[in-house]
Design a protein. Structure first.
Lengths: 194, 448
């Protein structure tokens, strides 16, 4: 019932107006923070990504064509996914977007970190991740270690393992797939890069 | 909002300040002319590129497919005494297999090579004038549309297996989404899921029409043919080529068999194909063709166990030492992005017996404490890395491993000698655990 109501509930104020945008944050800030936390497994980084998401959303607010709350939420999630992917790809936050927006991201107190971890259910996620890692064979874990901990490019992972780049990619991606499944089964697309 | 976190409220205040300030400024980032100064070079380059493409197309129409620079190994210098080794000069053989592409154009072909580390390998690609190569499309060679020769020595585009006792390789590659370019890393069939603490740059997703399901390999001397189902669901039999039993099957993905992006190198076919036929008249039916990688594999008919000296436990026993650095350092790099600061774990031992080729090697295992059950703090628990190189008896073997600075406790591990006995390993340097292995020694050291 709640979902149906959301689908038809029109945005009270257009988000291109300051009050409308603030209302959007009030409505969706919690959800975006949890969404980010479950993907980066870190509360501080999740808050940074939440700030980035809203800063990017504000920049692009005039491009939003929706008129309902559910459309606004989907739009925000798309931006959040993009920011998370960027962070995971580059290993660093997008400081520029925050600087441009003039946003100072507050620092979290230890009890807030714990609360975010509790709300995002991170402990079971980490446990699931650990369990999936334990299921991988040791060679796959070694490939993952080289790629993820040492951040080596595939060419170097391959050289270290004595295999072709294709095989190294396959081992890493099998491991990543398993980890991805542990983190969020619905996100597993079945894909694997060579 | 009563249970709102103070941090979120504080961020909310920042958002509100941004929104109100932005409202005053009016249109943010709108009505920027696409012809503003910063974009002009892009436009000029795009127009120049268009002119070049048109010119190239005109040239291709009159002279056929243009040829570009050959494929090269990326970043890694292969050495004759480690890993896959290097290709033995004169060992390359382009088989007679020619398979049409569903979209037309150059046929696909298969080449075999041998390496200095006693491996037999296969290379797949498009064939032009008796040369194996790849096409500049699907992200390869900046989509230049040209034919790029794949020299036999390019090992990154090669799938290998250790030779058996009779000098044959048994290798079965299952590729659920190779781009039509024939170059594996230009694009990918499916994106990988984004994950925490993983920094990687995935290639773009391939155009669906350019994905191919490709099954190729070497059945050995006992292989006669393979059967597969074409896109119409009809069973097709395809004969092998040459004494190594080379086969190559290629189809377009269908709704029943989509491009999964899965890639496997195994000793014998176990997915994708419908059956393997042998010279003795027998047939191996592959029942679970859809379960890629999970199906029961066909027997290795004609496989000869390679000769390997059997060592006693005492002959391979040697002291193993390990040291964990007190300071942090960056792992050595061949280039690319700066590595993170990590702690080095050095494991060393004197090789009690030689490992002259890929069919025997030492394995160093390492168990790293996970730290408070918080996986991202240390990662991965036990790992296992091969010493994938020629080692002389008595030579000092020293392997560096890198762990996160947040790891605490004791690092433990074992060094074992692996020899290929019985069936070959599932993948090169990926031994079946414990089978035929001898323990060299164990180590244990505390993280400072």
């Amino acid at each position: 019932m709640r979902r149906e109501a959301e689908e038809v509930r029109a945005l009270g104020l257009p988000i291109r107006e300051a009050r409308g945008f603030v209302a959007l944050y009030e409505r969706e800030g919690d959800m975006i923070l949890t969404f980010c936390a479950r993907r980066v497994l870190d509360a501080d980084t999740a808050l940074d990504l939440t700030a980035e998401t809203f800063a990017q959303a504000f920049r692009g607010r005039r491009g939003f064509r929706g008129s309902t709350e559910v459309e606004a939420r989907a739009w925000l999630l798309t931006i959040a996914r993009r920011q998370i992917a960027r962070y995971l790809r580059r290993g660093e936050l997008d400081r520029q977007v925050l600087e441009r927006a003039g946003i100072q991201v507050p620092r979290l107190a230890p009890d807030e970190v714990e609360e975010i971890e509790r709300r995002a259910d991170l402990a079971p996620l980490r446990a699931a991740l650990g369990a999936e890692l334990a299921k991988l064979n040791a060679e796959q874990r070694e490939a993952l270690r080289l790629r993820v901990v040492e951040e080596r490019p595939y060419e170097e992972v391959a050289r270290s393992l004595g295999v072709t780049e294709a095989t190294a990619r396959a081992r890493v991606s099998r491991g990543l797939r398993a980890m991805g499944a542990a983190l969020e089964p619905r996100r597993l697309t079945g894909g694997q890069e060579r | 909002m009563s249970d709102r976190l103070p941090g979120l409220d504080a961020l909310g205040a920042e958002i509100e300040r941004m929104a109100r300030a932005g409202d005053g400024r009016g249109r943010v980032g709108r009505h920027r002319s696409w012809l503003r100064a910063g974009r002009r070079p892009t436009l000029v380059l795009a127009l120049a590129g268009l002119v070049l493409v048109v010119a190239a197309a005109a040239l291709a129409a009159t002279t056929g497919l243009l040829t570009g620079e050959p494929v090269k190994d990326r970043g890694v210098h292969f050495r004759s005494d480690r890993g896959l080794g290097t290709v033995v000069p004169g060992s390359a053989h382009l088989t007679a297999l020619r398979v049409p592409d569903p979209a037309g154009g150059l046929p696909w072909g298969l080449r075999t090579v041998r390496t200095t580390r006693q491996m037999g390998c296969v290379q797949v690609g498009r064939v032009l004038d008796g040369k194996l190569g790849v096409l500049g499309q699907d992200g390869a060679f900046a989509n230049d549309g040209k034919f790029h020769e794949l020299p036999p020595g390019v090992l990154q585009q090669t799938d290998c297996a250790p030779l058996d006792g009779a000098g044959h390789a048994f290798v079965a590659v299952s590729y659920g989404g190779l781009p039509a370019s024939a170059l594996g890393y230009g694009c990918t069939a499916r994106p990988l899921p984004a994950l925490a603490h993983v920094t990687y740059t995935p290639p773009p997703v391939c155009p669906a029409a350019d994905e191919r399901l490709v099954y190729y390999g070497l059945l050995g001397p006992a292989g006669r043919a393979v059967s597969y189902k074409d896109v119409g669901g009809r069973e097709v039999r395809s004969s092998v080529s040459g004494p190594d039993g080379a086969y190559l099957v290629l189809t377009a993905p269908t709704a029943v068999h989509p491009a999964s992006g899965m890639f496997y190198v195994m000793p014998s076919p176990g997915s994708g194909l419908v059956a393997v036929h042998y010279r003795d008249g027998s047939t191996c039916k592959i029942r679970s063709a859809r379960a890629i990688g999970g199906a029961k594999r066909c027997p290795l008919k004609g496989y000869v166990v390679p000769p390997a000296k059997r060592y006693t436990a005492a002959e391979v026993r040697a002291p193993v030492y390990a040291r964990v650095s007190a300071t942090l350092a960056r792992p050595p790099s061949l280039g690319g992005p700066k590595r993170p600061l990590l702690r080095r774990v050095t494991v060393s031992f004197r090789a009690p017996v030689p490992t002259p080729d890929s069919r025997s090697f030492y394995i160093v295992s390492m168990a790293v404490p996970r730290g408070h059950g918080h996986v991202p703090r240390c990662d991965f628990g036990m790992t296992l890395g091969p010493v994938a190189r020629n080692v002389a008896a008595g030579a000092l073997v020293r392997q560096d491993y890198w762990i996160k600075p947040t790891c605490r406790g004791t690092v433990r591990g074992t060094v074992t000698l692996h020899q290929q006995r019985g069936k070959p390993d599932q993948e090169p340097y990926m031994p079946t655990p414990g089978k035929g292995d001898r323990t060299v020694g164990r180590y244990s050291t505390k993280i400072p």
